[in-house]
Design a protein around this ligand. Sequence first.
Ligand code: FES
Length: 157
Amino acid sequence: MNKIEEGIKPIVKKYKEEVGALIPALQEIQEKYKYIPKESIEILSKEFHIPVPRINGVITFYAQFRTEPVGKHIIRVCHGTACFVNNGDSIMDTVKEILNIEVGETTEDRYYTLEQVACLGCCSLAPVIMIDDRVYGKLDSTKVKNVLKKFKEVEND
Ligand code: FES
């Protein structure tokens, strides 16, 4: 049994007999690996008796699912209206410049993946970014540079 098979075994076992369990199973797989490994789709297909194209259809339909490996941390830059009118674009430009990647890409060291999102639900703090589940608001270019610098320093302490 290889690593992915071994890793998703408890998830398959948990949901195998449940009707409509594909989405929660995919969510747990993504929680574990931060994306849906291709191999896990084949295993789910076999175990849940659902054709691969149907599983792929579900994954494509729900924006929450990723099919590519991501970095250790995910940076979400808000592009919602409140953030946009509060200079959100310059925040995005600064993050891209610092990390030297575009939206959807991962840094070479696999430390950060950059995403753009519609609204992070804390518009009063606009412009906002999130790193994993932490929110950083009322940003400008200087502040966002410091946030990224400090985030790495704190983690590597
Ligand atoms: S628009 Fe950015 S948090 Fe709502």
